[in-house]
Design a protein around this ligand. Structure first.
Ligand code: 13P
Length: 252
């Protein structure tokens, strides 16, 4: 992994309201430990972002929004601005999650605007990419990943990439209990790293953190983190249980 600091991120999706969300955040903070080689991030629903940030104020845990608009403010019904995320105590945002792409029709172009907006307001930006089962089975995985990277990161400068994290989440592995094998994940991560080098330059490839997401559990985190190009995890289901998420944070 070289000098890249690991990042273990929990995406709570559309789960938790204020009482259970704050309890979960508190329990995660208790078990997170004080690592110097890894960071922990939680992305609660928008409605409890500020409460969770408040609960986590004394900890090093990063609070993220699950999506973010590009504009500071304006007529964007149903959206949340990067300034709002910051004011609520967040310092990061997930962008381009496959559920946004697949269920809500977000395109690479729209996602690129979100990435640019998040960066313009200083948010650590986690850009999610990943192929569907159909795409994998028809041999298009690399083509899809390269296109999502190129379009998602369009117009960014090398310096912007210091605040960008890529999350590789094969759609077929999300919420299905089907994890990509460590070999499949490593292969995709190595390809993503190589592509970042082509889009930007070698230092970007070396320094950008690439997280794996899709049925990450306490039982598979160790072997995933042992791969050269896997720098962390974006965890869904297992992040909703403090004990499981704690174990994932404490990967070996
Ligand atoms: P699961 O860990 O539930 O498969 O979800 C992965 C995910 O989508 C994280 O963003």
């Amino acid at each position: 992994m070289g000098t890249r600091k690991a990042l273990i991120a929990g995406n709570w999706k559309m789960y938790t309201t204020v009482v259970d969300g704050c309890r979960l955040a508190l329990d995660v903070a208790k078990t997170a430990g004080n690592f110097t080689d890894r960071e922990v991030l939680i992305a609660p629903p928008f409605t409890i972002l500020s409460e969770v940030a408040h609960v986590l104020a004394g900890s090093d845990i990063i609070v993220a929004s699950q999506n973010v608009c590009w504009a500071e403010k304006g007529a964007f019904t149903g959206e949340i601005s990067p300034v709002m995320v910051r004011a609520a105590g967040g310092s990061a945002a997930i962008v381009g999650h496959s559920e946004r792409r697949q269920i809500f029709g977000e395109t690479d172009e729209l996602i690129n605007r979100r990435v640019q907006g998040a960066l313009a307001f200083g948010l650590l930006t986690i850009l999610c990419i990943g192929e569907t089962l159909d795409e994998r089975e028809s041999g298009k995985t690399f083509e899809v990943l390269a296109a999502q990277l190129k379009k998602g990161l369009a117009s960014l400068a090398v310096a912007d990439m210091a605040k960008v994290v890529i999350a590789y989440e094969p759609v077929w592995a999300i919420g299905t209990g089907k994890t990509a094998s460590k070999e499949q994940a490593q292969e995709a991560h190595a390809f993503i790293r190589e592509t970042l080098g082509k889009i930007f330059e070698k230092t970007v490839a070396e320094q950008t953190r690439i997280l794996y997401g899709g049925s990450v559990k306490p039982t598979n985190i160790d072997e995933l983190m042992a791969q050269n190009d896997i720098d962390g995890a974006l965890v869904g289901g297992a992040a909703l249980d403090a004990e499981s998420f704690g174990r994932i944070i404490h990967y070996q």
